[in-house]
Design a protein around this ligand. Sequence first.
Ligand SMILES: [Zn+2]
Length: 150
Amino acid sequence: MPSQPTDATQVYCRYCGTSIGHLDNLCPACNAEQNLKPRSQLVAGLLALFLGGLGVHRFYLGQWWGIFYFLLCWSGVPMLIALVEAVAFLTADKQHWKSRYGHTDGSSWFIAIVSLGLLFIFIVLIAAALIGDTPATPTDFSELLLERPD
Ligand SMILES: [Zn+2]
């Protein structure tokens, strides 16, 4: 019978079997990555902050029940919850996050792309808000009704 790691902070590399720390991103012996689906704390926080009302951060974390955020997004409640979660995600203890959501902080290029994407959405929203601020564009729904083909 093979001996087990002596405590929870030591595990075996899934490729070469060397004893490594349970939060190690890479095996020091064979250089293999130890986690296939790491979830970045920063990305999760940003997703919750900007797209949390749709449950996107929950889908990112692999939690299917993010669908409830999506279904209830019309009420605005998920957005408030997500805002609180965004703060919790971004301020969470790094070690705790790692042990719960993955062993790495995610690859930096992925974080960069997601961050830039969110920044872009944010700027578009700000721009839309500024443009929408100019007076005299009340939505006229009657025109839409008149355009029905029947
Ligand atoms: Zn290894």
